[in-house]
Design a protein around this ligand. Sequence first.
Ligand code: FAD
Length: 374
Amino acid sequence: MLGAGILGVSTAVQLLRGGASVTMVTEAHPASGASGRSLSWLNSGGVYPPEYHRLRLAGMDRYRTLLAQNPDLDWLRFDGGVYWDGDAPADRCEAQRDRGYDARLVPGSSLAGVVPGLDPEALPSEVLFNPGEGWVSLPHLIRHLLGEFAQRGGTLVTAAGPASVAVESGTAVGLRSEAGELYPADMVLVAAGAGTPGVLEGLGAQLQDESDLAMLVVTEPKAHNLKAVLNTPRVSVRPHPGSRLAMDSSWYVDQITPNDDGGWAVDPQVVLDLVDEASALLTGHPRLVAQSWRIGLKPVPGDGRPVMGELTGLPGCYVAFTHSGATLGLIAGELLAREILSGRRHPMLAPFRPERMAGDIPVQAGNPGSLIGL
Ligand SMILES: Cc1cc2nc3c(=O)[nH]c(=O)nc-3n(C[C@H](O)[C@H](O)[C@H](O)COP(=O)(O)OP(=O)(O)OC[C@H]3O[C@@H](n4cnc5c(N)ncnc54)[C@H](O)[C@@H]3O)c2cc1C
């Protein structure tokens, strides 16, 4: 397993449940990538192809099961989602209802009776309410899953630096840490988030990549009554454990600049403005203070759809790369582990196979052992 974000950890636990032995090798530490700074709105509210919608709904279903089994979790809730953009949300509502997605148009003035914690004066005349949506804090989920990972005897290798896939005679045979240590394996999963295209490039293959910068701000504890996830033109915000709020948006992305140390920076005023945008939506306009803001790449496949399954040109090497990794976190791990353990391709992953990108992958010279077809 290469990468201890939600996709790697979730698949690892499913493999262990299925009786496999698992070694997970990660560059720094668990949740050090996008999973450590994700808004993690659990939803299927956008316009998606039916197979993708189905996969996302299955993803939400697994979270509901997890919550039903652990009803006291403070890092996973299904208290609904509220959405509005610049336009009337009626079209989005209608399209969602056509797919059987629970969607209600609510006058902004009466939303407070449905969704607590919002200032009616800050709302537009009509908003979309999706009662079945939720949120998760991925670092908490990863910690939860890693408890089971350890109990079941999984091996976690942290601070491995940028690891790579070891290949012999055209087959993946394990992982190699930056220092050159080999971790042999019958099967390998590359779940390196935005680092995935780079790992595959090292094998001579190119994955269409639209990964983009994103920032998550988490506030200091502050009493609030917000329970739903809000998606609005200037800020998306959700509750966060410990009476905190987590939020992001996209209007400041072009103001993020690279650091000397290889990281990213943004003018602190942007963070203050984002927090103020959230405060303006909430009852009593609480004075919110940013406790942390984490910036980095958000993994996005070139065609916007998940990439999941075995590489046809490199037997034994699986890949998991998606920008909806929070919503899909549990289901992706379940389906990938089932494939890896049984050798049978899961029908729900058929539209998301890496080989759909085959036409765009130049076969490069010097490929270690085989031609890689994704
Ligand atoms: C601001 C933001 C908002 C988001 N909002 C949502 C949302 O509302 N809903 C939703 O469903 N999704 C959302 N996402 C996306 C979701 O969080 C990601 O898709 C998901 O966390 C990706 O998980 P991952 O396991 O694929 O990757 P990551 O969490 O990035 O984990 C990959 C791990 O691999 C490690 N790694 C990378 N390269 C190597 C290497 N060569 N060797 C060893 N280790 C390596 C990294 O250090 C990292 O720890 C959001 C993401 C961001 C950043």
